[in-house]
Design a protein around this ligand. Structure first.
Ligand SMILES: [Ca+2]
Ligand SMILES: [Ca+2]
Length: 111
């Protein structure tokens, strides 16, 4: 799982790992998140309300302390992976029973 949320600052306390997707925080984590780890090319948007509305902040790197930013406020979260430029240019073909993915000049088979 790429992204980890923590209830305390400095990556301590209760933690939960998330893959790409949209999540509503349950009672254990609602309004508790104080730090989070975000790998390169990943993006995390924290929303104050539980339905992806309200005040929000987007983070694209590890944040050891959300104090002054969004401490103990997140109630819903969106985790997204920023596709690399080469991936955006990739093309997908269906040829002779095989999916063929072509990216940056390289061609491979996807079965
Ligand atoms: Ca906290
Ligand atoms: Ca909240």
């Amino acid at each position: 799982m790429p992204v980890t949320l923590y209830s305390d600052s400095n990556y301590a306390g209760k933690n939960v790992e998330l893959a790409a997707g949209r999540y509503k925080l349950d009672a254990d984590f609602n309004d508790t998140i104080s730090s989070l780890q975000v790998p390169a090319n990943w993006s995390v948007t924290l929303y104050d309300a539980e339905d992806f509305t309200g005040e929000k902040v987007t983070l694209t790197s590890d944040t050891a302390n959300l104090a002054g930013v969004f401490d103990n406020k997140a109630s819903s979260i969106e985790v997204t992976h920023k596709a690399a430029a080469s991936t955006k240019e990739s093309e997908l073909y269906y040829v002779g029973g095989d999916w063929i993915i072509k990216s940056g000049g390289a061609t491979g088979f996807l079965r």
